[in-house]
Design a protein around this ligand. Structure first.
Ligand SMILES: [Ca+2]
Ligand SMILES: [Ca+2]
Length: 119
């Protein structure tokens, strides 16, 4: 995913299930173009999602469904739908800014939402 101002590269989500939790991780790197050259923007290139086995009474299939929902990034702007809707882990975060999960650049300023979230 790239245009003339920014680029986002991510790996496919990889399962990280262990004895205590079901989970996924994904590597993601963001670049922005400044003064004609590309700079790395993101400082933590790995995202993790997890559901504790002890903390859920869902079946493994239901947990999988939940995890798929948690990692979904419809517009591929580098932040998940839940994050853009201020749901899930962002619920109750007063600093969370709602953006459109189906629009890469919600405010139309040329910067993608996931990039702006890192500024
Ligand atoms: Ca998104
Ligand atoms: Ca924007």
């Amino acid at each position: 995913m790239q245009d003339d101002k920014q680029a986002i590269y991510s790996t496919n989500p990889v399962k990280t299930d262990d004895s205590t939790a079901y989970g996924y991780k994904q590597g993601i790197i963001m670049f922005v173009k400044k003064d004609g050259s590309w700079k790395i923007l993101l400082s933590s290139p790995e995202k993790n999602w997890g559901v504790s086995k002890a903390g859920t009474n869902r079946t493994p299939a239901q947990v999988e469904e939940l995890l798929q929902e948690m990692i979904l990034d419809s517009d591929k702007d580098g932040i998940t739908n839940m994050y853009e809707l201020c749901e899930g882990s962002q619920m109750g975060n007063s600093k969370c800014v709602k953006t459109d999960p189906n629009k890469r650049d919600t405010d139309g300023d040329g910067w993608w939402d996931g990039i702006e979230a890192e500024f």
